[in-house]
Design a protein around this ligand. Structure first.
Ligand code: ADE
Length: 358
């Protein structure tokens, strides 16, 4: 059904219509991982290690929808980067036996981009939008009726001849992913039927993931090597798999055979990764807090300037794990280094801040 009405307010999509941009790919492809990483991704819940509670809930969610022969409700996943939000979206599609189209918030710049994506979906398809908190407001507003009533309101033409078309959309499911649930507007958040938080992984689960990946990569990983890598993996599968590949490089180049704890330790030392899994930038952040700002509190903006990092990088990439380890606190007055941070860096507490220049 198509209904029309007059409006001049919305964006003209006619010029961009059906131009399915390179911003969307048919199947799972976001630029953060290479082909090898994709090959390591589990394809089903049976292969998926960790996040037990979420998995249990999702199995019921999927089975119920299948039993009723319906599309699943819109669902959103949130949590720090690298914990498997994209992987889960792809597993849901596989388990439902439907197609998945993948894009991301910043890639959908115009209403017309989203219009093209939505009108190219089929009944039951999953649309996966990564970083959904970065959708622009006008695009987001188009999503409301699309999610709720499967309708798309588009404006065709400009000026006095402009009119609105309302298109019926297929019964699609939106799967969203975000590192910042709080950055989502209430109307968008409220339209998801299920909200799941991905937790940092337990160390045993990371060890299992490393062993599974080692089999897929055809490299020999000893138990103590897996444990050593697991400790340094920031409780994050993406990091674990990256470290495994670097340890494999190290073992290959030095003809060390399998990856045992000694090989893992040497490879990690070469990468400047310490026993908590902190990288040089993590350490620089807490060192800066302690040495330049007497442990804080200090605002994110100032911390970013003092460390020459982007605010968003500090917030999204480094802070979640530092907070998880209890090395950094986020307070309303700014970031604070904890006693544990002083201890980890071997700094005496209450020492005057080093007089360093910014
Ligand atoms: N590779 C990356 N994440 C994984 C997971 N949760 N389970 C198994 N293999 C993985």
């Amino acid at each position: 059904m198509i209904t029309t009405s007059s409006s001049t307010e919305k964006e003209d999509i006619t010029t961009k219509e059906k131009e399915l941009p390179d911003k969307i790919t048919q199947e799972q492809s976001l630029p953060k991982e290479g082909g090898v990483d994709r090959a390591l991704r589990p394809q089903s819940f049976d292969d998926y290690i960790g996040q037990k509670k979420m998995k249990k809930n999702l199995r019921i969610f999927i089975e119920a929808a299948k039993k009723r022969d319906e599309a699943i409700d819109h669902v959103i996943f949130y949590g720090p980067a690298g914990l498997g939000k994209t992987t889960i979206a792809n597993i849901i599609a596989k388990e439902m036996g439907v197609a998945i189209k993948t894009t991301s918030g910043p890639a959908i710049e115009r209403i017309g981009d989203l219009g093209s994506i939505l009108t190219n979906l089929q009944d039951g398809d999953i649309l996966f939008i990564d970083e959904i908190h970065r959708l622009n407001k006008s695009v987001e507003e188009i999503l409301y009726p699309a999610m709720e009533d499967h309708k798309l309101d588009i404006v065709v033409g400009k000026g006095p001849s402009a009119h609105t078309l309302q298109l019926d959309l297929p019964q699609f499911t939106l799967v969203g992913a975000t590192t910042k649930l709080g950055a989502l507007s209430n109307p968008l958040r409220d339209r998801f039927g299920a909200i799941h938080r991905l937790e940092f992984y337990e160390q045993n689960d990371i060890t299992e993931i490393l062993k599974r990946s080692a089999v897929l990569l055809d490299c020999s990983l000893e138990d103590d090597g897996a444990q050593e890598l697991s400790r340094a993996s920031r409780q994050t599968p993406r990091v674990a798999n990256r470290l495994l590949k670097r340890a494999r490089d190290f073992a290959d180049v030095h003809n060390r055979g399998s990856i045992d704890s000694a090989v893992a330790r040497e490879a990690l030392a070469l990468l400047d990764i310490d026993d908590l899994g902190l990288e040089p930038t993590d350490r620089r952040i807490i060192e800066t807090l302690i040495d330049k700002f007497n442990g804080g509190p200090v605002g994110l903006h100032t911390l970013a300037m003092a460390t020459s990092e982007e605010m968003q990088t500090i917030e999204d990439v480094y802070e979640p794990y530092l907070v998880q380890l209890g090395l950094l606190l986020r307070s309303p007055r700014g970031r604070i280094a904890t006693d544990l941070a002083y201890e980890h860096l071997g700094r005496p507490k209450n020492s005057p801040a080093k007089k360093l220049f910014l």
